[in-house]
Ligand binder design. Structure first.
Ligand code: PMP
Length: 461
C-alpha cells in the first residue's frame, strides 16, 4: 500500500500498488471475466501471452477498429500494441474485411491454390527480392521450416542466434547468455532439450564471437532479426551486417533474416531498405492483416540445393511428397485473399509514409520530454515502430539490456498507461503505428508520457 509522507517519497512499488488498485476499480467486468477464465484456461486466457498485462489482469476486448480498442467496461484505448504486431494493418481494415468476407463465402481451405496466390507470390518477390516463397500459419512455423531446410542442405545440426532474441516457439532459439551461462531465455525454467547440441548463442554486434562460433563448421544457419526488437530494441552496429554476410558466406552457413517485426521499416522490410542479401527471409504476424500467416522466401541457390534432395513431385510415380513444413492450413484461400489485400491496399508505400511520420512524431516528442527532464532514458525508432527504454544509451547486446534494464519502471509505465487509455505491447515499451493511427493519437501518448514523467519524478526512483 502507498506509504507516502512529506519526508518519504513514494517508491516505485507504492506507485504500482496505487495504479493496480485504480485499474481494478476501473475494470470490474474484466476482473470478473478473468476470474472466470482462470477456471477453464491453463493461464487464465486462451493464450498464455494474454496474462502479462501490468494492471494485474488483461482487459477483455469488446471491439476494435483502426487504432482503437474498446473494452467490456466501456473504456477506449489508443492501441500502440496492435496485437504485438499482428494488428499492424489496424483493426478491421476495410480491404482485409472485404477480401475475407468474400473468401469466407467462397471456401477457405481446400488444399488447392487460388489465383490470388499468383499475385501474392509476385508481390513478395518484388518487395523482398527472393524468388521462391512458402506460406505457413505463423512466423514461428516459417522459422521452423527455414531451419529445417538449412539443416537439410548443409547437413549441419546447429542454429546460431543472438542472446536476447525471440523468433517464436522455435526450440533452438530459446537460449540466451546470462552470467556467462547458456540457458533458456530469462533462465525461467528448465528444458529437456540439450541446447549445446542444437544451438549456439553469441552476443549481437560481436563479430569476433560470431567468427569463432561459425568456425567449427557445425552451424546450419544464423537466424537473426536485422536489428533486435524483442529485448528492448538493440540497434545494429555499423558494419555488422556486412561482416555477418561475409562470415556466413565464407563458412557455408545459411543466413536467415527474420523480418516479422522489422517489416515496420517499409514495404520490403529492413532488408529492402538497407540492401541486405539473406539466403532466406521470414515474416508473419501482420502479413495477412490479422489472419494467421507466416511466409519464408529462399534464394535461387537454396532452392536448387533443396530440389536436389526433395524434388518437385511427379504424381505419376507415387513418389513420397513428405517435406513436413508448415501446417495443413498453410497457404489456404482465406489467408491468401487477405494477404493479397494487405499487400495491394494496406501495407502500401503511401501508408508506410504515414505510419513512419507518426512514429517519428511520437519518438521526437518523447525525446523532447526526456531531454527537458534530464532523464537517463532513450528512444529508438525503426520505421513505424518506436521504443522508449529506461537506459541512458541504446544497448549494443543482450548483455547490456540485462545489465541496464529497469523492469520496475517498465511495469509502472504499463499499468499507468492502461489506466490512462494507452496500450503498448506488454513485454516491453514498444509503440507501433498502423495506417489508421492519427497524429491526435500520438499527441495523446505524448501528454500521458509527460504525466508519467511527473509521477516518477516525485518518487524515489
Ligand atoms: N519472429 C519474431 C522476430 C517475433 O518477434 C515473433 C513473435 N514475437 C515471431 C517470430 C513469432 O511469431 P508468431 O508468434 O506469430 O509465430
Amino acid at each position: 500500500a502507498a506509504s507516502e509522507t512529506a519526508s518519504q517519497p513514494a517508491t516505485i512499488e507504492d506507485l504500482l500498488d496505487r495504479e493496480q488498485a485504480r485499474f481494478l476499480d476501473m475494470h470490474p467486468r474484466s476482473a470478473a471475466a478473468w476470474e472466470e477464465g482462470k477456471k477453464h484456461f491453463l493461464y487464465g486466457g486462451p493464450s498464455h501471452w494474454m496474462r502479462r498485462w501490468a494492471g494485474g489482469f488483461p482487459v477483455y476486448a469488446a471491439s476494435a477498429s483502426g487504432a482503437h480498442i474498446r473494452d467490456i467496461d466501456g473504456h477506449d484505448y489508443v492501441d500502440f500494441a496492435l496485437g504485438d504486431t499482428g494488428g499492424m494493418c489496424g483493426h478491421a481494415p476495410e480491404a482485409v474485411t472485404r477480401a475475407a468476407l468474400h473468401q469466407l463465402q467462397s471456401g477457405t481451405t481446400m488444399m488447392l491454390p487460388t489465383e490470388d496466390s499468383l499475385r501474392v507470390g509476385e508481390e513478395l518477390t518484388r518487395r523482398f527480392g527472393l524468388p521462391y516463397w512458402t506460406l505457413t500459419t505463423s512466423a514461428t512455423d516459417a522459422n521452423r521450416g527455414a531451419i529445417r531446410i538449412a539443416r537439410m542442405i548443409t547437413g549441419r545440426p546447429k542454429v546460431l542466434v543472438f542472446s536476447g532474441c525471440y523468433h517464436g516457439g522455435v526450440e533452438e532459439a530459446h537460449v540466451e547468455i546470462r552470467s556467462g551461462r547458456v540457458g533458456m531465455r530469462n533462465m525461467i525454467h528448465p528444458n529437456g532439450v540439450d541446447h549445446s547440441a542444437v544451438s549456439r548463442v553469441v552476443e549481437f554486434n560481436d563479430v569476433a564471437a560470431l567468427e569463432e562460433a561459425l568456425s567449427h563448421g557445425d552451424v546450419a544457419c544464423v537466424l537473426t532479426e536485422p536489428l533486435m526488437t524483442n529485448f528492448g530494441m538493440i540497434p545494429v552496429a555499423d558494419g555488422f551486417h556486412a561482416a555477418l554476410r561475409e562470415i556466413t558466406r565464407r563458412t557455408g552457413t545459411v543466413l536467415i533474416i527474420d523480418e516479422t517485426h522489422t517489416i515496420s521499416s517499409g514495404p520490403g522490410g529492413y532488408t529492402a531498405l538497407h540492401g541486405l542479401e539473406p539466403d532466406m527471409l521470414v515474416a508473419g504476424k501482420a502479413i495477412a492483416g490479422g489472419i494467421p500467416a507466416g511466409i519464408f522466401g529462399v534464394s535461387q541457390e537454396i532452392a536448387e540445393r533443396l530440389w536436389k534432395i526433395v524434388p518437385m513431385v511427379n504424381p505419376r510415380v507415387r513418389q513420397s511428397a513428405h517435406l513436413g513444413i508448415g501446417g495443413t492450413l498453410a497457404g489456404n484461400a482465406l489467408t491468401i485473399a487477405t494477404m493479397r489485400a494487405v499487400l495491394e491496399e494496406v501495407l502500401t508505400p503511401v501508408n508506410f509514409e504515414l505510419m513512419i511520420a507518426n512514429a517519428t512524431r511520437l519518438a521526437e516528442a518523447a525525446w523532447g520530454i526526456i531531454r527537458t527532464n534530464n532523464l537517463p532514458w532513450h528512444v529508438t525508432q525503426v520505421g513505424a515502430r518506436a521504443e522508449i527504454m529506461f537506459m541512458p544509451r541504446p544497448p549494443r547486446s543482450g548483455a547490456d539490456v540485462i545489465a541496464g534494464r529497469r523492469g520496475d519502471l517498465e511495469t509502472l509505465l504499463h499499468a499507468f498507461y492502461m489506466n490512462e487509455g494507452i496500450l503498448v505491447t506488454p513485454f516491453h515499451t514498444m509503440f507501433l503505428m498502423c495506417p489508421a493511427t492519427s497524429s491526435a493519437d500520438v499527441d495523446r501518448h505524448t501528454e500521458v508520457f509527460s504525466r508519467f514523467v511527473d509521477l516518477v519524478r516525485g518518487a524515489s526512483v
